[in-house]
Ligand binder design. Sequence first.
Ligand SMILES: Cc1ncc(COP(=O)(O)O)c(C=O)c1O
Length: 389
Amino acid sequence: MRKKFETKAIRTQMERSKNSEHSSPIYLTSSFVFDTAEDMSSAFTEEENKTNIYSRFTNPNNTEFIQKITQMEGAEDGVAFASGMGAIYSTFAAFLNSGDHIVSCNSIFGSTHTLFTKYFPKWNILTSYFPFSNLKVAESLIQENTKCIYAESPTNPGVDILDLEALGKLAKKYNILLIIDNCFATPYLQKPISFGADLVIHSATKLMDGQGRVLGGVTVGKKELIKELFLFTRNSGASLSPFNAWILSKSLETLSLRVDRHSNNALKIAYQLEKQKNVNRVKYPFLKSHPQYNLAKKQMLKGGNIISFEVEGGLKAARAFMNSIKMCSISANLGDSRTIITHPASSTHSKLSLEDRLKIGITDNMIRLSVGLEHHEDIWNDIKNALKI
Ligand SMILES: Cc1ncc(COP(=O)(O)O)c(C=O)c1O
């Protein structure tokens, strides 16, 4: 019988050493040794050979982490990175050539947007944007040199939902890659490959670590694509450190438990926020009022831990709310065990022009709430008190 998600997360483990340890050890080593010159030479012969040579290429902790994610996502193979942005940048750099074109959702993480607008044009790689709710526009933007469609779902910070199955069909129709950033959902809640994605990217810094300790990233997908990406990363170097890989692999053992609790807490907080007079546009995928509620129900197991909402009264009111918070943290991260409040317009998405921000609903009074694992009543009391502004 095929093992279930939770079992794979716990029982996928590197081979035991002669010390018979129960928990995987950390291989803090830059390189690995060979018995003979011939052995070393043959390890280098095949570039994609996964014999451990040097930790920029492979390391047992990275391999264990990658094997877990590939199993969780239903992928064939993967590459681990030093951060989510390392994964995003390296994935594009490995597959795109000068003159290629990207069709991207306009609602994407701020640094990804900066890559597309500030850096990729230097290498003659241009991006066209479609609104998350209109895949007809996405199709109309596809041109001869389009290499891939790129999207997040749910989006950061608007928690809008994209139709992954429709995107998968679109990519197939034009024989281009579909690349999905699955960071907000995690493979526990959503598996983009089952809807037709070719490559799935994560910032492992978020719910995968789940305790705000380390940065990490990963890209998984089909074997032949991952082979290309592995060779690129082995040479370009944005590899995950073995220590972070060990932390992340351990964290995955509790991913389903944590994401269940995160999602349950978030739904409770979202219900409460909806009832407040001075709170508008509460968005959470599993709230019936979410414009893509049915789609979220179709492609996600639960709603995740991110809520967006607006505090009535503009920037001043949003700042006053944040400054009145006592327990929750004002921080840029998300997916931590601690509840985090962020003001995207002046932080994570501040590099977007006002016009681009407003198009995707990042108003001056929008708050992104990453609901943590504290007791939901304590989280709500803190928010409720801060809303009495
Ligand atoms: C959706 C999304 N993708 C990618 C990233 C980048 O990840 P990292 O901070 O690990 O580089 C983030 C970070 O917030 C994110 O929210």
